[in-house]
Design a protein around this ligand. Structure first.
Ligand code: LLP
Length: 457
């Protein structure tokens, strides 16, 4: 039997899950079946059906701890990793990051409520957004959640709230540092042409404007330069730029106590990806802030960072069942699965690549056949893999896609009225539901037929 080199045979980095393609508890049983978190994937699908999102608890906790440990190791001042919940927001994820002592970043009332319900302490939550509603801002202020001011509109409303309640309000501001990084343009946010944050050239005016308010106290700076970044230099530059902005703010009487450097560390989706480890990323940013503070004789600010993808992506897998095949001689063979762009919109949105294997033949023994894996949605671009080798694949087989923990569930939709998959947590051979499977009937819940149409029929 021919056994091909497989990404499943790579050495696992246990300290930095983002450097692996697979969850760190992934194993293959003696009869060649895929296991994650000590659970047989085949058995899980028998019980919970497909498609199925699965999160590995050990990988999640390792990622959280890697950030905490590295910050403690490299940054002598206070620090806090803040989980960017847009990557995967749920009561479970909020609870898990809170139990690991992390904070949480939210960008909507929904994410805020999820965080609070999951037990994240209010003072460890930061609230972002380039177009917060009045209701959201008031909710955040009422609940003592740190608001990150993104623009003048935010500032005006916070000034109004602080004046009308006659109390001081601590705020942080987000600015665009003008750093270019090599990632997809949709997920690049730190360049000058970005909808997020104040332009760096506007900051002096802004500092003066905040000084003129009665109750707004500027205590922190935030910047986020993009996502799925493999280079370290942009974050080194960011640390230096942020410290220089602390000095500028000082001239206007603002004492910056907190620096939030955003997230952005990439993960390994495919064999060619080689992201830095969490340790290296934190070391780079910590050293950069430390050195710049030393140079300018500044007290060390509290260092905050906002990892999303590198906390949750590698912990997640998605399982699909193979249905129809369509062979176009001389061109390709389409293999269709029972999910697609509604549970994972990243390939169609960003042309993202993933790694996958057959659950019953993870090492791809005797692989000869190449397939295009298509989703089941009414859209030609609903293709999860343009070309992948899978041995002896047939209808009813299960396919495991790796690295789907981030920006899959959280960006999922009901396109074609397809219900969202269930999500499971696996650990030590046990599986628990963390999100119930939607049913087609659930999707009708918000439809309303006006009375006169009912009478007509
Ligand atoms: N902080 C802020 C303010 C952000 O906007 C983001 C991501 C993060 C932190 C977390 O970044 P991460 O560590 O996950 O790279 N949907 C895209 C990614 C969009 C990222 C949006 N902001 C994707 O699927 O690749």
């Amino acid at each position: 039997m021919e056994e091909k080199k497989s990404f499943l045979k790579q050495n696992i980095d246990f300290d930095s899950p983002n450097k692996n393609i697979v969850p760190i508890t992934t194993s293959i049983s003696s009869d060649g079946k895929l296991y994650v978190g000590g659970c047989s994937i085949e058995e899980l699908v028998k019980k919970y059906d497909s498609p199925l999102y699965i999160l590995d608890e050990i990988t999640l906790r390792k990622s959280c701890r890697a950030y905490k440990k590295a910050l403690e190791k490299y940054y002598p001042g206070e620090s806090l990793p803040i989980y960017a919940s847009k990557a995967n927001s749920s009561i479970f994820m909020s609870n898990l990051v809170a139990s690991e002592g992390l904070g949480l970043d939210a960008v909507s009332e929904g994410e805020l409520l999820t965080a609070l319900k999951g037990g994240v302490p209010n003072e460890k939550i930061v609230f972002h957004g380039n177009n917060k509603s009045d209701k959201e801002i008031e909710f955040a202020v009422r609940n003592n959640i740190n608001v990150i001011v993104d623009n003048d509109y935010d500032l005006e409303r916070l000034e109004e709230i602080s004046n009308s309640s006659n109390r001081d309000l601590e705020i942080m501001i987000r600015f665009t540092p003008g750093i270019e990084c090599h990632t997809h343009e949709y997920i690049r946010t730190g360049s000058f042409d970005s909808k997020f944050g104040f332009g760096i050239e506007y900051l002096n005016t802004l500092f003066q404007r905040i000084s003129n308010t009665k109750h707004l106290k500027l205590n922190g700076l935030h910047a986020h330069i993009g996502s799925q970044i493999f280079e370290l230099d942009p974050h080194k530059d960011l640390g230096e730029i942020m410290v220089s902005v602390i000095l500028d703010a000082k001239k206007y009487g603002h004492y910056i106590k907190k620096l939030n450097v955003g997230g952005g560390l990439g993960i390994k989706y495919i064999e060619d990806d080689d992201p830095p480890s969490i340790d290296e990323w934190v070391r780079t940013i910590s050293n950069s802030v430390l050195k710049a503070c030393e140079k300018h004789n500044l007290d060390l600010p509290t260092l905050l960072c906002e990892p999303g993808r590198s906390i949750v992506s590698t912990a997640g897998i998605t399982i699909y069942k193979v249905g129809a095949f369509k062979k176009i001689p001389g061109i390709r063979t389409y293999l269709s699965v029972d999910g697609g762009m509604s549970d994972n919109p990243r390939p169609i949105t960003y042309q993202s690549s993933y790694s996958a294997c057959l659950v019953s033949n993870p090492f791809n023994i005797n692989s000869k056949n190449k397939f295009t894996i298509a989703g089941k949605h009414c859209e030609s671009g609903d293709v999860l893999f343009k070309e992948i080798e899978l041995a002896n694949c047939k209808t009813g087989d299960l396919i495991c896609v790796f690295g789907t923990g981030a920006y899959n569930n959280s960006m999922s939709s009901n396109y074609n009225r397809i219900p969202r998959p269930a999500a499971l947590l696996v650990c030590d051979g046990e599986a628990e539901i963390i999100q119930k499977r939607e049913s087609p009937l659930d999707l009708l819940k918000y439809d309303v037929l006006p009375d006169r149409f009912i009478k007509q029929n």
